[in-house]
Design a protein around this ligand. Structure first.
Ligand code: COA
Length: 323
């Protein structure tokens, strides 16, 4: 048995912050941001909106597209690094909102690879018959951990959520998933604090409770790792580059995406690009990009998709999918 994607959905908060808006907040220009990243605008959650709110909207749209109701859902996994609270996890918060009870509901913390990690877990449960209708979500409110006075990071990030419904199938579906991580790079991209490591005398001075990143170094490792990852996914299935119909990458930086596409000999017309509209939304970006391409008719049933992501940790992952 296999799992297949039965429906997709996404949600972006209403408020838009453009590059021109950022020019008024920090020493930057629209031209610099577009040239170096490809980003034009990002969406920012309202003060009262949390990650679970965004996740709920995306989940409801994915369920509608799949023709299922909350009562059908028997497994919930959410990729997020910006949960509402430490616990209950976002999956449980979502379960309560959907009015369903009893099924497994949890979140996976793997930064920008969170959705790929979540999808690979849900795939195993559905493919082995332990779940029959899984809700897989990537949802983030990165604006809450972004330093809006730091031009080197604040131009990059935004909020959003994407979701898919997975159901059993006789044929793949999810063809294969490939996950990896390397904690040696923990200091290149991180948030310094959590419940167990607080600012103060024990752990050192207050480094600022925001995303910290050595952008240049992240860039180099990301490009190199993603090159190896896409080759691994294709090699494991004896597939040539040309077999891929659509590359659906994590939407962090246009130049990283272009480098991966070049490695696959893939024209940019076959790469789904949405980062211009919402920036880097971490775990939410891949399912949102998938939903955009499904709803605008580019991705069709039977197409072979390569989803890939890379993020803090470092973590990375790819899923090869027959849609
Ligand atoms: N506006 C204007 N200038 C800026 C700027 C901004 N928003 N941010 C940085 N700069 C300046 C720097 O201060 C530096 O100035 P200097 O040369 O006078 O010192 C110059 O631009 C170049 O900075 P650098 O960091 O080398 O630029 P870059 O080409 O590497 O681009 C990133 C920066 C962040 C866009 C790029 O490194 C990147 O995208 N990295 C990967 C980040 C990522 O994807 N992270 C998430 C992974 S999931």
């Amino acid at each position: 048995m296999y799992s297949r994607i039965a429906g997709t959905g996404r949600y972006l908060p209403e408020r838009i912050l453009t590059n021109q808006d950022l020019e008024k907040m920090v020493d930057t220009t629209d031209e610099w941001i577009r040239d170096r990243t490809g980003i034009e605008r990002r969406h920012i959650a309202a003060a009262t909106q949390t990650t679970a709110d965004l996740a709920e909207q995306a989940a409801r749209r994915a369920m509608e597209a799949a023709g299922v109701t909350p009562a059908d859902i028997d497994f919930i996994v959410v990729g997020t690094t910006t949960p509402d609270v430490v616990f209950p996890n976002v999956g449980c918060l979502l379960q309560e909102r959907l009015g369903i009870h009893g099924c497994a509901a949890f979140s996976v913390e793997a930064a920008c690879s969170g959705f790929i990690y979540a999808l690979s877990i849900a795939d195993r449960f559905v493919a082995t018959g332990q779940a029959r209708c899984a809700l897989v979500i990537g949802a983030e409110t990165l604006s809450r951990i972004t330093d809006w006075s730091d031009r080197t990071t604040c131009v990059l990030f935004g909020d959003g959520a994407g979701a898919v419904v997975l159901k059993p199938a006789d044929e793949p579906g999810i063809v294969s998933c490939h996950l990896g991580a390397d904690g040696r790079y923990k200091d290149l991209l991180y948030h310094p604090y959590g419940p167990s490591r607080c600012p103060g005398p024990v752990f050192g001075d207050d480094a600022g409770a925001f995303i910290h990143m050595k952008g240049n170094e992240v860039f180099k490792v990301a490009v190199k790792t993603l090159e190896g990852l896409v080759e691994e996914a294709l090699g494991a299935n004896n597939l040539e580059h040309a077999a891929i119909d659509w590359l659906i990458p994590h939407q962090a930086n246009l130049r990283i995406i272009q480098a991966t596409a070049r490695r696959l000999d893939m024209p940019m017309e076959r790469v789904v690009l949405t980062l211009q509209d919402h920036g880097n939304t971490s775990a939410a970006s891949i399912p949102m990009a998938l939903d955009v391409a499904v709803r605008d008719g580019r991705v069709k049933r039977g197409d072979l998709l390569l989803l890939e992501g890379f993020g803090g940790g470092f973590t990375w992952g790819a899923c090869l999918i027959r849609f």
